[in-house]
Design a protein around this ligand. Structure first.
Ligand SMILES: Nc1ncnc2c1ncn2[C@@H]1O[C@H](COP(=O)(O)OP(=O)(O)OP(=O)(O)O)[C@@H](O)[C@H]1O
Length: 727
């Protein structure tokens, strides 16, 4: 290989080939005078300047003058910062020319938001009927009263008598109306009254199936409150818990068992200590949710397995072989008395629930808490009338800032619990990190910085973020199905205990979760179905309390307002002056547009500096776009990916990159991950080098960025290795 030695002079460049020893000289052409204002020349000049700096540095290095280098670098850094600031001020000027964030002028609303009508209202409480009016055990009544359960709710008044009589029931009533007690009270009552007293060896008496782990825990807690009868043992089993501990629990004996379908089925099939012969009551709570997400198969199997416990004694599958006629065998089957009460409970009634009711119960009564005198239209949604429902119509690229301001306003309230629903686990992770580091907190001892003076944050190095100070007085929580069971448990109970907090979560918290103090629900991404809308909103306004529910819609999605109107749900527009004032106040900026841009820029520069967060933002955007493109057919005309500017959506994740670049980043990261661990990886966003080196790379066929919220928590079954007969 030939190598050269270069020598530079002002007008000529000469080099000597070491191999041939020949010296070649190239005379530089006489340069023509250049136009200083030509943009190309300006660019060239600046790149030359940069090269010059590099050369200077290399020279300095050779002289080994370290302190000089440090001073030089510091100067350079200040220059860059100055540049950034100049760019920012230019941006502010530029943006203020564009549409305003909250301005009415640029609002492009084509739906009639003023339409009002009579919403469908369901009474929450009965006309004064009390628990002590019911034929219940006196200690059970006193336990209920101790917990402030005195007056029956409407659904309790209508259903508890039928449940006490042992009837199969399909119970429907609005969210937060106290459906849990409609089965908890009769179950406990029947077990307390049993003579002789129940023993641990008597096995499971009642089984309650719920769709999520949090709901299992919550239902267990409710039983704990009203069950002071020490001989009645209540337990829960759900994914993510230690299986061995659960087996021990079952071995020791339980009477009321609460669990998620996957884990329950697993124990029924594989735990010999599972004693289901004496189950006299089966409850399917949140029945419609149990049918979603592939739960249907598990629920059907679970019911079949429970039936098998009962029928094993009377039904003989080998009857034909024993010489019985086929007609006799069929009548045997039909006559098998399952002798078990089944209760289906739900806030929404779908075709699937009706089918499940037919499958699980021979005869059943249908109890709807809705007033019979009114005509029931299945298309009308029943939402507690104590909930103020509003929408915020935003430009896509202002979504992030608008949400931030809304959270800032919540932080100012003295006692407020807000639940923010997002589409995917990656979105939850990203927004949680972004807000906890760049909205709620500020660097410590930044001296002259006043609380809330966030503009100067851009001047601070990321290293300075050690030891941050909380400037907004509110706690932030996150909850999604990709967190460990222990984390989920802690978050859920901490959020319930805290006086003031914001929970960012996926739909894992949309069903059944009861946080009585939750006073505001924010739907940052649209619901996948109208039922989802109803259940999300139903996390507030529990048992007659008041609350507010705000949905974020972009101009492209505004038809959702009309869709809700058709179902007798009338939304008002959120008072944007609250947002404007809070934003201006927080940013200490009188011009709302400047404040908007600066907050957005602050997030963007945070992402530029924080590589980990940038990666999370890319994954969050990517998971969002997959989610958005997979809206069910019914909702597709409203939430249509083709209608929206995805470039703006990238901005709403604080990213400055184009969607193509983001996709490349995600693909690049995903390729490094072993496919088996992809979901977990995408949720944790860790680039685990160990995993990569240990396992051979395989091509990725498909990527799943949204992971199931409702998994049983078990590891996927390992495929059996094919035997190699040559071994
Ligand atoms: N009779 C009652 N008096 C006062 N509060 C009650 C009564 N019954 C239930 N509650 C309270 O109402 C709240 C909602 O109860 P629950 O969670 O059972 O509602 P739900 O109808 O199952 O709601 P969802 O459909 O959202 O699951 C709880 O905080 C509960 O303590």
């Amino acid at each position: 290989m030939t190598s050269f030695e270069f020598k530079w002079t002002k007008t000529k460049k000469s080099y000597t080939s070491k191999d041939s020893g020949t010296k070649k000289t190239k005379i530089l052409k006489e340069k023509e005078p250049r136009d200083k204002n030509d943009p190309k020349e300006v660019k060239k000049k600046s790149s030359k300047l940069q090269n010059k700096t590099e050369v200077t540095f290399s020279k300095i290095k050779t002289t080994d003058n370290q302190s000089f280098i440090r001073r030089k670098r510091k100067k350079e850094k200040t220059k860059v910062l100055q540049n950034e600031r100049n760019v920012q001020s230019e941006l502010v000027k530029g943006h203020s020319m564009q549409h305003s964030m909250f301005s009415e002028k640029y609002k492009n609303i084509h739906v009639n938001t003023k339409i009002r009508g009579a919403s469908v209202v369901e009474k929450v409480f009965s006309a004064g009927k009390k628990f002590n009016d019911l034929p219940l055990h006196k200690y059970l009544i006193s336990n209920l009263e101790k917990n402030n359960f005195n007056i029956l709710t409407n659904v309790q008044e209508k259903s508890i008598p039928s449940v006490l009589q042992g009837k199969n029931c399909l119970i429907k009533s609005q969210t937060g109306s106290g459906k849990t007690l409609t089965y908890a009270v009769p179950i406990l009552n029947s077990l307390v009254n049993k003579t002789p007293k129940l023993q641990r060896t008597d096995g499971i008496q009642a089984i309650i199936v719920v769709p999520t782990r949090e709901l299992a825990l919550q239902t267990h807690e409710l039983f704990g409150k009203i069950n002071t009868f020490q001989w009645i043992i209540v337990g829960h089993l759900c994914g993510g818990e230690n299986r061995k501990t659960e087996k021990d629990k079952l071995r020791r004996g339980l009477h009321i068992l609460i669990g998620t379908p996957g884990r329950l089925l697993d124990h029924i099939l594989h735990t010999s200590a599972f004693n289901g012969k004496n189950i006299s009551c089966l409850v399917l709570d949140e029945a419609d949710r149990l049918l979603d997400m592939g739960f249907k198969k598990d629920v059907v199997r679970l019911v079949e397995e429970l039936d098998r416990f009962k029928t094993n004694s009377s039904y003989d599958p080998l009857a034909l072989l024993k010489g019985k006629k086929p007609e006799e065998v069929e009548t045997d089957l039909a006559n098998v008395d399952i002798n078990r009460q089944t209760l289906l409970v739900s806030a929404t009634l779908s075709k699937g629930v009706a089918e499940l009711a037919d499958f699980t119960m021979k005869d059943h009564v249908y109890i709807d808490a809705f007033d019979e005198s009114e005509t029931i239209n299945p298309d009308h949604m029943v939402i507690p009338n104590t909930v103020k429902q509003e929408f915020i119509l935003t430009f896509i690229k202002h979504r992030l800032v608008t949400l931030s301001v809304l959270l800032i306003s919540k932080a100012k309230c003295s006692n407020s619990k807000t639940i923010v629903f997002m589409a995917t686990t990656q979105m939850v992770d990203f927004h949680y990190d972004l807000f906890s580091h760049y909205l709620l907190k500020m660097p410590k001892n930044k001296g002259k910085l006043k609380v809330g003076d966030v503009l100067l944050l851009d001047e601070i190095d990321i290293e300075d973020f050690e030891g941050e100070d909380q400037v907004l007085d509110i706690e932030l929580f996150k909850l999604h199905g990709n967190m460990s069971q222990q984390e989920r448990k802690t978050v859920f109970s901490d959020f319930r205990k805290t006086k003031k907090g914001i929970l960012i979560c996926t739909d894992v918290a949309a069903r059944g979760i009861d946080v009585p103090e939750a006073d505001c629900i924010i739907q940052y991404t649209g619901p996948q179905s109208d039922e989802d809308y109803l259940h999300r909103v139903g996390r507030t306004g529990r048992a007659g309390k008041s609350g507010s529910a705000i949905i974020f819609l972009t101009h492209e999605e505004q038809d959702y307002i009309t869709r809700l109107q058709e179902q007798k749900v009338f939304l008002k527009e959120y008072d944007k002056s609250i947002l404007t004032n809070n934003l201006k106040d927080f940013m200490e900026e009188t011009d709302e547009n400047k404040a908007t841009v600066l907050l957005q820029k602050r997030f963007e520069s945070a992402l530029l500096k924080d590589k980990e967060l940038h990666k999370k933002a890319c994954f969050a955007y990517s998971s969002w776009s997959r989610f958005y493109s997979a809206f069910p057919v019914k909702m597709k005309p409203i939430f249509d990916l083709k209608k929206i500017n995805i470039g703006h959506y990238v901005t709403s994740f604080g990213l400055q990159d184009s969607p193509t670049i983001v996709a490349k980043i995600v693909r690049g990261q995903a390729k490094k991950v072993d496919p088996k661990h992809l979901n977990k990886k995408l949720a944790n966003h860790e680039d685990n080098v160990e995993l990569r080196t240990k396992r051979p790379k395989r091509p990725i066929k498909s990527l799943s960025l949204t992971t199931s919220e409702y998994s049983s928590g078990f590891e996927p079954a390992k495929k059996k290795k094919k035997k190699n007969f040559n071994d």
